[in-house]
Each structure stands twice: as structure tokens, then as C-alpha cells.
Design a protein around this ligand. Structure first.
Ligand code: SF4
Length: 327
């Protein structure tokens, strides 16, 4: 089945859907416009499914459900360490492409040792990309998967460990994928040149990543500086099983209180504009690390990452700024 640019294996979809009696499908934003198409396909094959029209930012974005006995999540790869209730079948949506287009990235690569990273719709091609680069005379490395990732070389917006594990062995990184969400995190985590080869656009981006990341870091420093005036902190904790960091939230609460700040936990699954109306001066998100970074402009109130709170309180030096990750 073709969904946008991506191919979904119909046989696998049916096989997984037949494993439950009360099935629901869950789709990331980019694929939710195909909900009816998928439900009709299942219906025509004797399976009456429900559309779980909730946020689906990743395999992390699940809570526990009572009235469903299996969820079919299309377009994400599983987070192997999580225990989903009910069980979730992850059906990936793959983008097929000819790896030869990455030849155009080669002039931008610094050094001869290259780390390769990618994301789910393209990760099935990572070994082929490695082979291609090696044929061009480079030494290519793919880092091992983590407990949160399904494949070697796969990175998430909150888990770059596959790349950081090989960062000392390489001069630069080649990211195979679309968008700047992942390569930005990659650059901030490894501080080495990151070249993006976008298989959908067949375009290469080089210096853009560094420029965007430096701009973003400056913005983060400005937010931290502004937060020095804040006294009342709300620490946001989510129930989403792959984003829940309650221990960290409690540690941050104690840390803030040690520094004579008022701090309270807020349980909130989907962080949204409601935080503008609560009477806190500043928030810290222990949920998805990207909320504070990528969605900051949506909020009138400041929202920091746990690492930024440490900097704010002088528990960590400014020069040791790190990208918040869930590892
Ligand atoms: S926590 Fe955020 S960045 Fe990490 S996988 Fe989930 S949605 Fe993506």
C-alpha cells in the first residue's frame, strides 16, 4: 500500500491486525490523512478497526488502553525496551531510493572517516549507503542500536547514542533522511560536521546544519538567561511510556528547592498552550526533550530542558551545554 512517498507491507499489516479482536490503528501526523484508506483496507479484509486519533510522535508516544487488545502503529519502528499494553505491532513505512544520489554529498565530507546515521523510513538502506561510500574510498562506520532504537545507525530526536558511540572514530557524519529535526540533534550531540542527504528531495545540506544549530544554541542561552528572574517552576511529567521521567522530575524539584525556588510537578500528557495560563514563571519538560527546543515559540512562558535547569542553577557550566536525551 502506498502512503504518500512510503510503502507499507499489506501482508504484514493484515497478519498483525489478525492478532487481535479489538484492533486500533495509530498513525504519525504525516500519515493520519490516510486513516480512512487504511481502515477501509482492513474492513475489506474482514477486520473492523478503530482509529486512535491521538498524538503519535514516535514509538515513545503510548499510554495504557483498556478497550483495545492490539494497536497497529504504522510508520514508526518499535522501542524494544518498552512494555506496551495492549501490545503494539509496528508496521514500518519505507521509502525506497537509489543510494547513488549520496555521491553529491561526498565533496562536503570532511576527512576520510564517516559515521552514518538515519531514521526509520530510510534505515533499511543504511548498509547499502555504507557500501557505496566505502567503494568511493571512505571508511564508513555505523553505530550500534540502543535500547530505544530498533536498528544499528538509527537515531531519534532524543537518542543520538548510535552516533555518539562512534563519534571518536570519525571526522564527520552523513545523515540519510528528511528534515532537520534529527541532524540538528546529531550536530549538537557530536559537534562534528553533519552532512544531510535527503533521499526524497535528492538534495544535500552541509553548512546549514551547523548554522541552524549555532542559532538554536544561542536562543537556548537567551532563554536560560531570562529564566534567572523566575521563581516559580512547573516540572512537567508525562504518562507516555517512552517519555516518562518521574525520577528525574523529582531530582529537579529537589535541586530547584535547594536553590530557594518554588517547584511543583505537573502531570500533563500533551504539553500545549494551557501552560501559558498557569501561574508558573517557567517550566521544565521531562517529557519529550524536543518540546522545549522545537516548540518554544508556541509558548509565552519559558520552557527549559533538565540540562538547562542545571545550567540555570549553576550546577553545570555553560560550556558543558548538552542536548537533552532519553537514554
Ligand atoms: S521522546 Fe520525542 S524525540 Fe524521542 S522519540 Fe519520542 S517524540 Fe521523538
Amino acid at each position: 500500500m502506498k502512503l504518500k512517498y512510503y510503502e507499507v507491507d499489506e501482508k504484514e499489516l493484515l497478519q498483525e491486525a489478525k492478532k487481535g479482536k479489538r484492533i486500533a490503528i495509530k498513525l504519525p501526523n504525516g500519515l493520519s490523512c490516510y486513516a480512512c484508506k487504511i481502515l477501509s483496507f482492513l474492513k475489506n479484509n474482514g477486520i473492523d478497526a478503530i482509529f486512535l486519533a491521538e498524538s503519535c510522535y514516535g514509538a515513545c508516544d503510548f499510554i495504557f488502553y483498556d478497550d483495545i487488545d492490539r494497536i497497529i502503529c504504522i510508520g514508526e519502528a518499535e522501542m524494544p525496551y518498552l512494555c506496551y499494553k495492549p501490545p503494539v505491532s509496528f508496521i514500518e513505512a519505507k521509502y525506497d531510493f537509489d543510494v547513488k544520489f549520496i555521491e553529491e554529498a561526498l565533496p562536503f565530507i570532511e576527512g576520510r572517516k564517516v559515521g552514518i546515521a538515519s531514521i526509520t523510513p530510510f534505515i533499511h538502506k543504511i548498509e547499502e549507503c555504507k557500501k557505496f561510500i566505502e567503494e568511493k574510498g571512505y571508511k564508513a562506520f555505523i553505530g550500534d542500536k540502543s535500547r530505544r532504537t530498533a536498528y544499528n545507525g538509527q537515531i531519534l530526536g532524543c537518542d543520538i547514542s548510535s552516533a555518539t558511540s562512534i563519534a571518536n572514530n570519525v571526522d564527520s557524519f552523513l545523515f540519510i533522511g528528511d528534515g532537520f529535526f534529527h541532524p540538528l540533534a546529531l550536530y549538537i550531540a557530536v559537534r562534528k560536521p553533519v552532512i544531510v542527504a535527503n533521499p526524497i528531495e535528492k538534495k544535500i545540506y552541509s553548512k546549514e546544519i551547523e548554522e541552524m544549530a549555532e542559532k538554536m544554541i544561542k536562543k537556548r542561552y537567551a532563554h536560560i538567561a531570562k529564566a534567572t528572574e523566575c521563581e516559580k517552576f512547573g516540572i512537567i511529567v508525562t504518562k507516555k511510556i517512552g517519555q516518562r521521567r518521574l525520577q528525574l522530575a523529582n531530582r529537579l524539584k529537589k535541586m530547584l528547592e535547594r536553590h530557594q525556588k518554588e517547584a511543583f510537578l505537573i502531570f500533563m500528557n500533551d504539553i500545549n498552550e494551557a501552560i501559558n495560563y498557569f501561574d508558573f514563571d517557567c517550566y521544565v519538560s521531562t517529557a519529550c526533550p524536543r518540546v522545549a527546543i522545537d516548540d518554544a515559540d508556541r509558548y509565552e512562558k519559558l520552557i527549559l530542558t533538565p540540562i538547562e535547569i542545571e545550567i540555570l542553577l549553576g550546577e553545570r557550566k555553560w560550556e558543558n551545554y548538552e542536548f537533552d536525551q532519553i537514554l
